[in-house]
Design a protein around this ligand. Structure first.
Ligand code: SF4
Length: 420
C-alpha cells in the first residue's frame, strides 16, 4: 500500500494548494485557472536566503538544484507562519520523463517528514496518470485551460522582453505587464471556460497594447536564454538573470514554455513508435494534442506580423533544426529541444546565448555545453556561454562570466554598426 498522505475530496473544500513559483509571467494565471475549477491555490513568491539553507538541510546536496530550491521554497513558506499548516497541500509536477524530475515528489515527501510536516498532502500534477488523488482531478477541460494560460504567459513574456529595453518612459512596460497579469487572472478566475474567440480577443489586445508603447530606436545587444526549464525561467533559480541582463542594457529572448509542452508530447509519440505497440491511434492522439496546443500561436503570428515584434517559430520547424545534430530519442531533460532552441536563436539573428545549467545536470550539459563546439563550427559568429546554477554558487562569479560574454557581444554589435 502506498505510504503517502492522500489529498481527499474533503480537503479540496478548504485546503490551500501552494504552488512554487517558477515562471512569473505564467504562474498567477495557472493558479487562477485552478481556482476557477473550485480549488483554492496560491503561488508562493518567497525568496529569502532561508530557501537554499532549508533545501540543503532537508535534501541531499547531490540532488538536482531545482529540487533543492522548490523544496526549500515550500519549507520556507510553511515555516513563515502565513499558513495554517494543517490546511495546506503542496503541488509539484511529475513529467514522467526519464530524468529525476519525476522523483522530486518523493524527495519532497521525505523532506516534509524530516521537517515534521509529514501530515501535509502533496499533489502530483501529471498528465500520465502516474499518481492520483481523489481531491484533485486534472480533467481534460482543466488541462486545456492550463495550456491556454501558458500560451498567454508565453506571449506576455515575449512582448515584455522585446519592449522593456527600448521604452521611452521608464516603467511603462512593467506596468502594462502587471495590468495584463491581473486582468487575465481575474478573467480566468471568473470564467471556467474561455472560448477560442475570447482567447483570440485577449491575444490581439495584448499585442496591440505593447505595440503602442513608445520606444526609442537604439540598437541593443540581444541575448537568448536557454537551459533546464526551472533555472531558465525561475528568478530564484537563476539569480534574476533576466533582470540582470535588462539592467545591462540588453534585449532578452527566452523562448516559451509551450515549446517544452510540445516537446514532451512529441517525446511520448516518439517512444510509442519506437518501443511501444506502435498504436496508430495513440500516435494520432498525441499528434492532435500537438496541433491543438500549437494552434493559438498561428493566430498570434498573424497579428504579430503587423507589429514590430518577432514571430514565433512553428514547432515542426523548430524540431527540424535539431535534426542535423541529435536524434529525437535524445529527450531526457530538455534533450534535443535545447539544441534546437540555440539554433533557432542564432538563425533569428541572436548570436549571444546563455545556457542555464543546474550544477551536475548531466542531460542538459550534453545537449547544451556538449554541443557548443559543433554549433560554433556551423555558426562561427555564435557567442555561447554556459552558466552553472547551484545554491552555493556565487552570484558575482555568475555575473562576471556573463559580463565577459556581453563584452564580446557589445564589441560585435559595435563592429556591425561601423560596417553599416
Ligand atoms: S534535467 Fe537536470 S535538473 Fe532536471 S531532473 Fe534531470 S538532471 Fe535534474
Amino acid at each position: 500500500m502506498e505510504n503517502r498522505v492522500v489529498f481527499t475530496e474533503e480537503m479540496a473544500k478548504d485546503y490551500t494548494i501552494l504552488i512554487p513559483q517558477m515562471a512569473p509571467f505564467h504562474f498567477e494565471l495557472l493558479s487562477a485557472t485552478l481556482n476557477s475549477f473550485g480549488y483554492k491555490s496560491e503561488v508562493i513568491n518567497n525568496n529569502s536566503k532561508e530557501i537554499a539553507y532549508l533545501g540543503n538541510k532537508y535534501v541531499h546536496n547531490d540532488t538536482c538544484v531545482p529540487a533543492i530550491y522548490v523544496i526549500g521554497q515550500f519549507l520556507d513558506a510553511l515555516n513563515s507562519g502565513h499558513y495554517d499548516v494543517h490546511k495546506v497541500a503542496l503541488i509539484i509536477t511529475q513529467t514522467g520523463g526519464g530524468c529525476r524530475a519525476s522523483n522530486y515528489i518523493h524527495l519532497l515527501r521525505s523532506a516534509l517528514k524530516k521537517a515534521d510536516y509529514g501530515f501535509i498532502p502533496v499533489i502530483s500534477l501529471n498528465a500520465s496518470n502516474i499518481e492520483s488523488n481523489p481531491g484533485f482531478k486534472l480533467s481534460f477541460n482543466l488541462l486545456k485551460k492550463l495550456i491556454q494560460s501558458i500560451t498567454l504567459g508565453d506571449l506576455l513574456m515575449l512582448l515584455y522582453n522585446q519592449t522593456i529595453p527600448y521604452e521611452t518612459n521608464k516603467g511603462t512596460t512593467k506596468e502594462l505587464s502587471e495590468y495584463w497579469i491581473n486582468y487575465l487572472s481575474q478573467e480566468y478566475l471568473n470564467n471556467k471556460k474561455i472560448s477560442s474567440f475570447r482567447l483570440k480577443k485577449h491575444l490581439k489586445a495584448m499585442i496591440n497594447d505593447f505595440n503602442n508603447i513608445p520606444i526609442t530606436n537604439e540598437l541593443k545587444v540581444k541575448v537568448g536564454i536557454v537551459g533546464e526549464i526551472y533555472v531558465k525561467y525561475s528568478p530564484l533559480g537563476n539569480n534574476n538573470l533576466e533582470d540582470f541582463l535588462i539592467n545591462e542594457g540588453c534585449e532578452v529572448k527566452t523562448l516559451g514554455i509551450v515549446d517544452f509542452i510540445l516537446y514532451t508530447f512529441e517525446s511520448v509519440a516518439y517512444d510509442i513508435k519506437q518501443y511501444g505497440n506502435n498504436s496508430l491511434l495513440m500516435r494520432l492522439v498525441y499528434k492532435l494534442m500537438v496541433y491543438y496546443v500549437e494552434h493559438p500561436r498561428k493566430y498570434i503570428n498573424s497579428i504579430i506580423k503587423k507589429t514590430r515584434y518577432a514571430h514565433i517559430l512553428e514547432f515542426k520547424k523548430l524540431k527540424r533544426l535539431a535534426q542535423p545534430y541529435l536524434g529525437y530519442g535524445t529527450h531526457v531533460g530538455e534533450g534535443w529541444l535545447l539544441t534546437a532552441e540555440i539554433i533557432e536563436l542564432i538563425q533569428s539573428g541572436i548570436n549571444n546565448i546563455i545556457t542555464t545549467q543546474p550544477f551536475g545536470c548531466l542531460p542538459n550539459h550534453i545537449v547544451a555545453k556538449g554541443m557548443f563546439k559543433t554549433i560554433k563550427e556551423a555558426y562561427p559568429k555564435a557567442n555561447l556561454g554556459s552558466i552553472d546554477y547551484d545554491t552555493s554558487a556565487s552570484k558575482i562569479n555568475q555575473e562576471n562570466r556573463i559580463k565577459l560574454l556581453l563584452m564580446n557581444a557589445k564589441s560585435n554589435l559595435h563592429n556591425q554598426q561601423e560596417k553599416s
